[in-house]
Design a protein around this ligand. Structure first.
Ligand SMILES: [Zn+2]
Length: 434
């Protein structure tokens, strides 16, 4: 059994517990759901649902310490990435990987492994070539977008985190900082350099010494390391580095675009003056549009009367201006239920008095009330990717019985407000369908 499917069963277990305690009135129903869930878990070892829900490593370490360490690995994926991942798994700590587009193209499986084990992926440009990247902003931007598309094709996620090859100091002028921010990206440098790429074959002992040398007054340590290229010594050093931060009482976190960025100052340098700045029309065409679409860097809140469902930035996606949610994860959060039928290729969801059948091959949602014979079928925006069905949040909410809803972009995130009246809960009808 893969680790992913093991996690899925654990998550299903948690869901059952939650449902049982929240719906004391539906005990018989829940017991039936319980067996349904275990059947599903046993059948769906290939992971039909929810490949993109972050694992416990990313989702929540206890927030008891004020000291935080962000381990970060640049230039991969490469030949040492799997060893790094093994160590992180054994130590049960998450990290952030700033990957190169050209490496991601070569090793898509490693990108999937990084994400599936609860780590976060950031964008480190396509080819790391300083001459291209720092010639002008337009070239840098093109590499960011190219890499972003590659990662999106592999994972269905667009990373908002960007790390500049070589760091921003001496490379970024204000145009780079300003336009990336406007485009919705968070640029992250570091404040602890492991020194593992200062020269070839820096010994592990030196790497440990530098990687644990936190500047005075810094409570959020962002540690720069490398998993791409020839970095066997970094792999050797990593367990000692992790041990140090554990002993010092740090908690380990992944970086998020909403975090306060760690950035170097702009180095005053004459050479920037020779850069051709992008024109206003170029910015309007590329950057402004990007910023409008870049809403996945914010959480998504769905307000249904007294109930608020929140999806973290990496738990939903945007495609062609449509908010797509992973069907299983979304139904879990709504405290609804879901089953998958391999033969017909349809997922069936239950929520309150509604049943909605989702057919990803046809792109249809068929909904009905529990006591109705026939359902109503509509076309909806959806796509199937790596065993996860992504469906338009709005289309699904409508078919689940919402008469009216609004979608708003607020500073703190996206808010879908569903207005009453609700379809009523009619428990008795559940028995007839199971
Ligand atoms: Zn690099």
């Amino acid at each position: 059994m893969t680790q992913g499917s093991h996690e899925m069963m654990q998550r299903n277990g948690q869901l059952i517990e939650q449902q049982t305690s929240n719906h004391s009135c539906g005990r018989v129903r829940m017991r039936k759901y319980l067996s349904l869930w275990f059947t599903l878990a046993a059948l769906l070892l290939a992971g039909v649902f929810g490949a993109n829900v972050p694992s416990a490593a990313a989702a929540g370490k206890s927030k008891t310490s004020d000291k935080v360490v962000y381990l970060s690995f640049d230039d991969g994926p490469g030949k040492h990435t799997s060893e790094v991942l093994d160590i992180l798994r054994d130590e049960d700590v998450p990290a952030t990987f700033y990957v190169l587009g050209e490496q991601a193209e070569r090793m898509p499986g490693m990108i999937k492994r990084i994400a599936s084990e609860g780590h976060v992926i950031g964008n480190h440009t396509y080819n790391h070539e300083y001459k291209e990247l720092y010639r002008n902003f337009q070239t840098f931007w093109q590499q960011i977008k190219r890499t972003e598309d590659i990662i999106n094709n592999i994972l269905g996620i667009r990373p908002a985190l960007v790390r500049a090859p070589g760091g921003t100091y001496g490379h970024f002028d204000h145009t780079y900082f300003d336009l990336l921010k406007k485009g919705g990206y968070a640029v992250m440098d570091w404040n602890v350099d492991s020194g593992d790429s200062k020269r070839r074959n820096v010994p592990a002992s030196d790497i440990v010494a530098h990687a644990t040398d936190v500047p005075a007054g810094v409570s959020s340590a962002v540690v720069l390391m490398h998993d791409g290229g020839a970095h066997a010594e970094t792999v050797k050093a990593l367990p000692d580095i992790i041990r140090y931060y554990k002993q010092q009482g740090y908690r380990f976190e992944v970086m998020q675009a909403s975090d306060k960025p760690v950035q170097f100052q702009v180095k005053p340098a004459v050479k920037y003056k020779y850069r051709q700045s992008p024109s206003a029309s170029w910015i309007a065409k590329h950057v402004n549009t990007n910023a409008e679409q870049w809403i996945v860097a914010k959480p998504l809140k769905i307000q249904l009367g007294n109930m608020t469902v929140e999806l973290k930035p990496d738990e939903y996606r945007i495609k062609d201006q449509t908010i797509l949610v992973p069907l299983r994860g979304y139904m879990n959060k709504l405290e609804g239920s879901i089953s998958w039928d391999q033969t017909s290729g349809t997922a069936t969801t239950w929520w309150k008095d509604r049943i909605v059948q989702v057919n990803p091959a046809m792109g249809t949602l068929t909904s009905k009330r529990l006591h109705d014979q026939d359902g109503q079928t509509v076309q909806a925006v959806m796509e199937s990717r790596d065993g996860t069905i992504w469906v338009s949040a709005g289309d699904l909410i409508e078919q689940l019985g919402a008469k009216k809803y609004t979608v708003q972009s607020k500073g703190s995130g996206w808010v879908i407000t569903v207005e009453p009246p609700w379809t009523s809960m009619e428990h008795r009808h559940f028995y007839s369908i199971i």
